[in-house]
Design a protein. Structure first.
Length: 360
């Protein structure tokens, strides 16, 4: 079992990683009731074990459909109404048992229900365990704009059991690994080389090695958000690959890509963009692209209209005054955040990756 400490202005909290991590919920006392926000398939597979290990007594599940459409203001209102109907008060606890969608939605509801109740993140995907469950960002989507309405609200606890990753589909598992690669690029040669050497062993059900992966990749985000909780500066580096990635998601109506897949394409594009800007040695760029590709195949992008995708870039909520703050790799373990990137280079990087001009 591994324990990571996350610094937060609202109170520090811990992330527990390892088999049996849900048992840490037994230490949370003083709540009048406990509710679990989750999906039907997850509750059917893991509900009994979660109730037994968490020791929360009579846990009441609130079920939402799987997929990005659940991250809506309407769904948040429905969840809040169900909490009210079931008697949730200001001393109730909400546990978000699921992937990034459930975690974002659960955190948003908890941060606003009766002006705020405590919540716990119990992530069930690789992506959520290494990234989205940490840092206190909560959000819902508005009119196709991802995470447009949200809050910063730190959880009481994050409990990540790698055993639950065994229920992921190969595609969902692979999608999360791309986020781990992103953290390795940010971290440096140690984690990057560790993943390079262990790609064949990173499989659902390989609990021990996954515990190490989750803990090491999550530590990268813990270090960043503990220093910059509300994205005043440093936290922007976590958006590596996300500007292009969010545009790809929006251009396809959130139906073609899993989030990690879109970010993977985004990482390939910003790696090429960094090369075009003479910020990155092409040999290092090749190594980054090779690791992204080693994780697995990605959905097609050749049919996407260049004008449509590039036109969506300034709509990213992290753009300021229409200027995009690009996160560009300068090496393994070093990135630069800059708005000074020529539009021609942005377009060229997209075209070259889209058309396979660059061998990745």
């Amino acid at each position: 079992m591994r324990r990571l400490l996350v610094k937060s202005s609202a109170g520090d909290y811990r992330m527990i990683v390892g088999r049996g991590a849900w048992q840490a919920l037994r230490r949370l006392r003083g709540y009048t009731s406990s509710f679990v926000l989750t999906e039907a398939s997850l509750w059917e597979r893991w509900g009994r074990r979660f109730a037994r290990e968490s020791g929360r007594g009579r846990v009441q599940p609130i079920l939402v459909p799987s997929g990005e459409t659940s991250k809506s203001l309407a769904r948040a209102g429905n969840v809040a109404a169900e909490l009210l109907e079931r008697g949730a008060d200001r001393r109730s606890l909400l546990v978000a048992l699921g992937g990034g969608v459930v975690g974002d939605l659960g955190g948003f509801v908890a941060s606003t229900y009766m002006r705020g109740i405590d919540y716990v993140q119990a992530p069930t995907t690789v992506l959520a365990q290494v990234d989205s469950a940490l840092g206190g960002k909560t959000a819902v989507n508005i009119r196709g704009m991802k995470n447009l309405l949200g809050t910063f609200c730190a959880p009481r606890l994050v409990v990540s059991d790698p055993a639950v990753l065994a229920s992921l589909s190969p595609r969902a598992f692979q999608s999360g690994l791309y986020e781990a690669v992103k953290h390795a690029i940010l971290s440096g040669p140690g984690l990057f080389g560790w993943i390079e050497n262990r790609i064949p062993g990173l499989k659902p059900g390989h609990t021990k090695i996954l515990e190490t992966l989750v803990a090491r990749a999550a530590q990268v985000k813990v270090d960043v958000v503990s220093r910059d909780e509300k994205e005043a500066g440093l936290r922007r580096i976590l958006n590596l690959g996300h500007t292009y990635g969010h545009a790809l998601e929006e251009a396809t109506g959130y139906r073609r890509f899993l989030h990690g897949e879109a970010v993977a394409w985004g990482m390939l594009m910003v790696t090429r963009l960094a090369e075009l800007a003479n910020l990155l040695d092409p040999a290092v760029g090749k190594r980054i692209a090779s690791l992204v590709s080693a994780v697995g195949p990605l959905p097609r992008i050749r049919d996407l209209g260049e004008d449509k995708v590039l036109g969506l870039l300034p709509r990213d909520k992290k753009a300021v005054g229409g200027r995009i703050h690009w996160v560009l790799p300068e090496g393994i373990g070093k990135v630069r955040v800059t708005p000074d990137v020529p539009q021609a280079a942005v377009a060229q990087a997209f075209r070259e990756i889209q058309r396979g001009v660059v061998n990745v």
